[in-house]
Design a protein around this ligand. Structure first.
Ligand code: PHE
Length: 446
C-alpha cells in the first residue's frame, strides 16, 4: 500500500510546493512580459479563480476517492461512476504530460543551479547587458554542460521521490517552503529599494487590453493549469495520500492563494530590476537569466542576492519536480510491484533522456524551427497548452457530470449548501465553457 501525509498541513505544503515553481518565478514574469503586462495578469487571475480552482478541487477529490495512482484511480472511478474503464486514458494522458514537462523543467532548473554557483563565485560582478547576454549564450550553447546540470537536478529529484512520501516528499517541503518564502520577501525588499518599483506596479496592475490576443488567452489558461499543477495527475496522486476528514475545498483555496501571491511577489522581485536597468520585459525564456545578472552585477551585495535568487528558483523547482515524478513512480510501484527506488530511477532516467531534446534546442538544434519555434517551444506548447487544458477539461467533466452527486458531496463534505453548489456550477459549466471558448478562439474558430 502507498504512503500518506502525516497531517493536513503536510498535504497543503506539499501541494503548494508542487504548485510554486519555475512557473511562478521563471515563466510567469516572462510570459507576462511577452503578453503586455497588466491585462494578461488580470486574465490569468480570472482563469486561476474561475477555472483553475474548481478543477484543483475536482482533481484532489478524485484522487482521494480513488486512493491509487492517477491511472488506476481514473480506471476505478470510471468503472464505478461512469461504467467505463476507458477513463483511465485521462490519467495516462496526465502522467505523460507531466513527464514531458519534467523533461524540460529539469533542464531549466539545471540552469538555475549553474547560475547560483556562478553568482556565488562572483562571475556577475560588473556585468553589463552585452556580457550577460553573451554569458547566457555561451552557457546554453554548451550542450554537455546543460546535460550535466540537468543530470544533477534530476538526481536530486529522484533521490527525494525514492525516499518515500513522509521521509522524502514531506521532509523536503517542510524545510524548503519556509526558506523559499523568506528568500522571496528579502528579494522583493531589495528590488523595491534598488529597482523601479512604481513602474512595476503600474506594469503589473494597470491593464491595457489592446495588448491581448486570442493567443494570450490560451497562454493565460495553459499557465493557470501549469502553475497550479493541475491536469497531469500530480494533485490526484497527492490527494490519494490525504487523510479522511480533511477539507478539500479549504486546502485547495489555501494552495491557490499561496501560489498566486508568490507569482505576484516574483513579478515584484524581477520587474523592478528589469525596468530599473532599462532591460526588455519581453525577452522570453532567458528573462531572469539574461537580465537579473546585470542588476545583481551592479548593485550592492549583488552576488549574495544573486545566489539567493537562483537558489530560490532551484528549490522552488525541486519541490515541483518531485510532484511531476511522483504519479509515474506511484504507477510503477502499484501496478508493477517494484520498489520506489527502482521506479524513481527508471522514470527519472528516461525523463532525463527525453530532456536531451530541450538541451539541444538551445545549441546544436537551435536552427531547427517548426510549429511554435524550437523543439523546446513545441514540447512546452504541446504539454502546457494542449495536453493540460484537454485533460483538465476531462477531469472537470468527469467530476461534475459523470460522478454522481452523492459521491462528490460526500467526498467534499460540504453538505449541499451554497459552497457545494458554487463548486458544481463552476466545474460543470464555467470551467468547461471557458476552456472550450478559449481553445476555439486560439485556433480561430470563434
Ligand atoms: N506548478 C509548477 C510550477 O509552477 C509546475 C508543475 C506542474 C509542477 C505540474 C508539478 C506539476 O512551476
Amino acid at each position: 500500500m502507498h504512503g500518506h501525509w502525516s497531517s493536513r498541513a503536510a498535504f497543503i505544503l506539499a501541494v503548494t510546493g508542487s504548485a510554486v515553481g519555475l512557473g511562478n518565478i521563471w515563466k510567469f514574469p516572462y510570459i507576462t512580459g511577452e503578453n503586455g503586462g497588466g491585462a494578461f495578469v488580470l486574465l490569468y487571475l480570472g482563469c486561476v479563480f474561475a477555472v483553475g480552482m474548481p478543477i484543483l478541487v475536482s482533481e484532489v477529490l478524485l484522487g482521494r476517492r480513488g486512493r491509487r495512482n492517477p491511472i488506476a484511480t481514473m480506471a476505478i472511478l470510471g468503472q464505478e461512476e461512469g461504467g467505463s474503464r476507458h477513463w483511465r486514458l485521462v490519467g495516462t494522458m496526465g502522467v505523460i504530460a507531466g513527464l514531458l514537462i519534467l523533461s524540460f523543467y529539469s533542464v531549466i532548473a539545471g540552469w538555475s543551479l549553474a547560475y547560483a554557483l556562478k553568482s556565488a563565485v562572483g562571475s556577475f560582478a560588473g556585468t553589463d547587458a552585452r556580457s550577460a547576454a553573451f554569458e547566457f549564450f555561451t552557457f546554453t550553447g554548451n550542450w554537455k554542460a546543460l546535460l550535466a546540470w540537468h543530470a544533477v537536478f534530476m538526481a536530486m529529484t529522484v533521490f527525494v521521490v525514492a525516499a518515500g512520501v513522509q521521509h522524502g516528499l514531506e521532509r523536503a517541503v517542510r524545510v524548503l517552503m519556509p526558506l523559499l518564502v523568506v528568500m522571496l520577501l528579502v528579494l522583493v525588499a531589495y528590488s523595491a529599494r534598488y529597482g523601479a518599483f512604481e513602474e512595476t506596479l503600474v506594469y503589473l496592475f494597470k491593464p491595457d487590453f489592446s495588448e491581448l490576443s486570442g493567443e494570450s488567452m490560451l497562454i493565460a489558461l495553459g499557465h493557470c493549469f501549469f502553475t497550479l499543477s493541475i491536469g497531469m495527475g500530480v494533485v490526484m496522486a497527492y490527494g490519494a495520500y490525504l487523510p479522511e476528514g480533511t477539507s478539500i475545498a479549504a486546502s485547495s483555496l489555501t494552495v491557490v492563494l499561496a501560489d498566486t501571491v508568490i507569482a505576484l511577489l516574483a513579478g515584484m522581485a524581477v520587474f523592478p530590476l528589469v525596468f530599473g536597468n532599462g532591460l526588455n520585459p519581453a525577452e522570453g525564456p532567458g528573462l531572469v537569466f539574461e537580465t537579473l545578472p546585470i542588476a545583481f552585477g551592479q548593485l550592492p551585495a549583488g552576488s549574495v542576492f544573486g545566489t539567493v535568487f537562483f537558489l530560490l528558483l532551484t528549490f522552488a523547482a525541486w519541490t515541483s519536480a518531485i510532484g511531476l515524478l511522483e504519479p509515474a513512480v506511484a504507477w510503477i510501484v502499484e501496478r508493477h510491484q517494484r520498489s520506489r527506488v527502482v521506479g524513481a530511477v527508471v522514470v527519472g532516467g528516461l525523463t532525463w533522456l527525453m530532456g536531451l531534446a530541450t538541451v539541444l534546442s538551445f545549441n546544436v538544434l537551435s536552427d531547427l524551427r517548426f510549429g511554435r519555434g524550437t523543439l523546446f517551444q513545441n514540447i512546452d506548447f504541446l504539454a502546457s497548452n494542449i495536453l493540460l487544458p484537454a485533460s483538465a477539461l476531462l477531469i472537470t467533466v468527469f467530476a461534475g457530470w459523470i460522478m454522481c452527486r452523492n459521491s462528490s458531496s460526500e467526498e467534499l463534505a460540504m453538505g449541499s449548501g451554497l459552497l457545494y453548489k458554487g463548486w458544481r456550477l463552476l466545474s460543470r459549466v464555467v470551467a468547461p465553457l471557458a476552456i472550450l471558448v478559449i481553445a476555439f478562439r486560439a485556433v480561430g474558430v470563434i
